[in-house]
Design a protein around this ligand. Structure first.
Ligand code: ADP
Ligand code: MG
Length: 572
C-alpha cells in the first residue's frame, strides 16, 4: 500500500488520465487490493476494485460456512456490513467522485458477486469514483479513501473478530431455518408456508422494508395451521397451503394482495428482520399478470384461445403486441413449459375476460364467437391433469367458489378459513354457467429457440448488456420491459439474466434444445461454476436469478424467435 500512496502523491494535481498509473495490485496488512479498471475520466463508469482476504485471516468458524446455503448467507451478511462501513448509499449516487459503491442487496439473501466466500478466500468487489477537482487528480483525497478508509472498513466488516459471534450464528440459523422450511414444503405437499407473526405489509410501493407502525402480524387459521420442526429442536407454526386450488377472498383493503405478494416473494430468502424471513414458497412459483404490448414467440395458446379472427393458428401464436388476456395466457403456458408447479394470480392485475365469463355473458355472447376459454374453466384441469396448483386473489367474482380446495378470507388483515361456508354458498347460489372444455388441460408444446434470433450487438459493441434498474434490461439494441416479472428482487439479478441469455445463446443452443433444456443447462453452468462465468471480466453487480425468470425474460425479448422441435422418430 506504500507503493499506492507514493503513486498517488506523485500524480496529485495532474490530469485525470494519470490515474491510470494506480492500476495494479497491492498488498495491505491483511488483504490484497486489485485496482482492475481505472476510469479514464471523472464521468466514466467508476473504477473497479477487488479485495481478497485469505480464509484463515478472515477466520470465520467452519460451522458458519460448511454448507452452500450457509456460505451464501454469510457472504451476504459481510457484503451488507462492508457496504455500511463504506457509507455506500449515504454519499452521492453510484459513481459520484469520492464515493464507494457496492451491490450489497436490500431485503434479499441471494448469491451475489459483491462478496464471495470460497473455500480459502474471501473476495469483495466494489467501485470507487476517483476524486477530482474538475479534471485534476485529488491525490490526497484518493489516498484517504483507498489507503485509510477502505482498509478500516475491511477490518470492521470482513474479519470474524469484528462480529459478535451470536449475531453471526443467528444469521446462519435463519438460513438453516429456511432450508428446513423449503424441505418441509416438499415433504408435506405444501406449496407455501406463512409463519405466524410474520410481518407481510411493506412500507410503500417503492420501499420494500417492513411496515413499522400498525402492522398486524400474520396468524394462521387453526384449520390450516401446521407446525414445522426447525434445526436444534425448535419449531415454527404457521399457515400451510397445500397443493390444489386456493382462493384468497375478502373486501377491498383487507390485505389480500399483501398476502399474495408475500407468498410470491417467498421464492427468495429474506433477511432476518424483514418480516417475511419465515415465508417460503415453492421456488418455481410464478406470479402471473396481464401485460400490455408484450411480444409472444410461437406459443401454443390453444388451451385458452380458440379460433381468433385474423390469426392462422393459435397453437403457434406470435405477436409483437399482445392484449391483456393473451399476454396472461402466454405467461401461464410459458411458466408451465418451464415446469412451474404453482401459479399466483391477483384480480388487481389480471384481465377480467381471461379470468371469468359468467352465465349472463355466456347467454348473450355464444361460445362459438368467444375464442377465450377463461381460467375458471382451466384451473381444475391444470391441477388434476398437470399437477399445477393455483393461488388466486378474488374479491369480485364468486364463480371460483365451486372450484376451490380451500378458501381463505382476509378480514382486517386476519386470515380465516371459510372453505365450508364457500361450499355452502356455491350450493345455494349456483352460478348457472356452462363449464367449457372439460377435456383435460392437454400438453404444453415445447419450443426450440432460434439461435440466430438473439443479437446482443449494438453499434461498435459486440455485446451490449446492461440494465436500467430492476425492471429494464438492455440487450443489444433492444430495451426489454421486465416489470411484469414481479418476483425479481433487484437489478443485479436483471443484469445476470441479460448475461445468462447471452451465455445460453453462444453455448447452450444446440438445434434440438427446447427452451427449458437450454435455460436449465445455462442455469446449471452458473450453479456449478459461479456467476463469474457470465461476464468477460469479474464484476460486483451480479446476483443469481431463477431459471424460470431467465426464461420469462427471454420470452419477452421482441427479437426472440422459436422453431418447433423436429417430430420424434417413431420406430416401425
Ligand atoms: P386488498 O388486496 O385486500 O385490497 P391490500 O393487500 O392491498 O388489500 O392492503 C391494503 C392496505 O393495507 C395496504 O396499504 C397494505 O400495506 C395494508 N396492509 C396489508 N396487510 C396489512 C397488515 N397485516 N397490517 C397492516 N397493514 C396492512
Ligand atoms: Mg388487492
Amino acid at each position: 500500500m506504500d507503493r499506492l500512496r507514493a503513486t498517488l502523491k506523485r500524480i496529485d494535481g495532474r490530469g485525470y488520465k494519470a490515474y491510470e498509473d494506480i492500476q495494479g495490485h497491492y498488498r495491505g496488512a491483511f488483504f490484497k487490493l486489485f485496482i482492475e479498471h481505472v476510469q479514464p475520466d471523472p464521468f466514466a463508469p467508476p473504477t473497479r476494485l477487488r479485495v481478497q482476504i485469505q480464509g484463515r485471516v478472515a477466520d470465520f468458524p467452519a460451522a458458519l460456512r460448511d454448507k452452500p446455503a450457509r456460505r451464501v448467507a454469510l457472504a451476504d451478511l459481510l457484503a451488507r456490513r462492508l457496504a455500511e462501513a463504506l457509507g455506500v448509499g449515504k454519499g452521492g449516487k453510484e459513481g459520484a467522485r469520492g464515493t464507494f459503491s457496492m451491490s450489497a442487496g436490500a431485503q434479499t439473501i441471494i448469491p451475489r458477486t459483491a462478496v464471495m466466500l470460497e473455500e480459502d478466500t474471501l473476495e469483495a468487489r466494489l467501485t470507487l469514483g476517483l476524486p477530482a477537482k474538475g479534471r485534476r487528480i485529488l491525490g490526497r483525497e484518493a489516498t484517504a479513501l483507498l489507503c485509510d478508509r477502505l482498509p478500516e472498513a475491511l477490518e470492521s466488516s470482513l474479519l470474524a473478530k469484528a462480529h459478535a459471534p451470536e449475531a453471526l450464528e443467528a444469521w446462519i440459523r435463519s438460513a438453516d431455518d429456511r432450508l428446513a422450511l423449503r424441505a418441509a414444503l416438499e415433504d408435506r405437499g405444501l406449496v407455501a408456508f406463512v409463519a405466524n407473526n410474520a410481518i407481510l405489509p411493506r412500507r410503500s410501493g417503492v420501499d420494500d422494508r417492513p411496515l413499522v407502525a400498525g402492522a398486524v402480524p400474520f396468524q394462521s387459521p387453526a384449520s390450516l395451521a401446521v407446525e414445522i420442526p426447525l434445526p436444534g429442536g425448535r419449531s415454527v407454526r404457521g399457515m400451510g397451503i397445500s397443493r390444489g386450488v386456493t382462493l384468497i377472498v375478502g373486501g377491498g383493503f383487507h390485505g389480500k394482495t399483501t398476502l399474495l405478494n408475500a407468498i410470491a416473494r417467498g421464492v427468495s430468502d429474506h433477511i432476518p428482520g424483514d418480516g417475511r424471513e419465515l415465508v417460503v414458497t415453492l421456488r418455481d412459483a410464478v406470479k402471473v399478470r396481464a401485460e400490455s404490448n408484450r411480444s409472444i414467440a410461437g406459443v401454443d395458446l390453444s388451451p385458452f384461445l380458440g379460433v381468433v379472427p385474423g390469426v392462422d393458428d393459435t397453437a403457434d401464436f406470435s405477436t409483437q403486441n399482445a392484449s391483456g388476456s393473451t399476454s396472461q395466457a402466454a405467461s401461464i403456458l410459458e411458466s408451465i413449459e418451464m415446469g412451474s408447479r404453482l401459479l399466483l394470480l391477483d384480480e388487481d392485475t389480471c384481465a377480467t375476460n381471461f379470468m371469468v365469463r359468467d352465465a349472463r355473458m355466456q347467454a348473450l355472447v355464444p361460445d362459438e364467437i368467444e375464442p377465450i376459454t377463461p381460467f375458471v374453466d382451466r384451473v381444475r384441469p391444470l391441477f388434476e391433469g398437470r399437477g399445477v396448483s393455483s393461488i388466486l386473489v378474488m374479491g369480485g367474482s364468486g364463480d371460483y367458489l365451486d372450484l376451490a380446495d380451500r378458501v381463505i378470507l382476509m378480514d382486517g388483515f386476519r386470515a380465516e378459513d371459510v372453505t365450508a361456508r364457500a361450499a355452502e354458498v356455491a350450493r345455494v347460489l349456483p352460478t348457472g354457467r356452462q363449464p367449457r372444455a372439460h377435456r383435460g388441460f392437454g400438453g404444453v408444446t415445447p419450443r426450440c429457440p432460434d439461435p440466430g434470433s438473439l443479437r446482443p450487438e449494438k453499434g461498435r459493441r459486440e455485446v451490449r448488456i446492461d440494465v436500467r434498474g430492476r425492471n429494464t434490461l438492455l440487450y443489444g439494441k433492444e430495451v426489454v420491459d421486465l416489470s411484469a416479472l414481479e418476483q425479481l428482487e433487484e437489478a443485479p439479478q436483471t443484469r445476470a439474466i441479460g448475461w445468462a441469455i447471452h451465455l445460453m445463446a453462444v453455448k447452450h443452443l444446440r438445434s434440438s434444445d427446447s427452451i427449458r433444456q437450454a435455460v436449465e443447462a445455462t442455469a446449471g453452468e452458473i450453479e456449478r461454476r459461479g456467476l463469474d462465468v457470465l461476464t468477460p471480466f469479474p464484476v460486483g453487480d451480479l446476483a443469481l436469478p431463477r431459471a424460470i425468470d431467465i426464461a420469462a425474460a427471454l420470452n419477452r425479448l421482441r427479437q426472440f424467435r422459436v422453431r418447433r422441435p423436429p417430430p420424434v422418430q417413431q420406430d416401425a
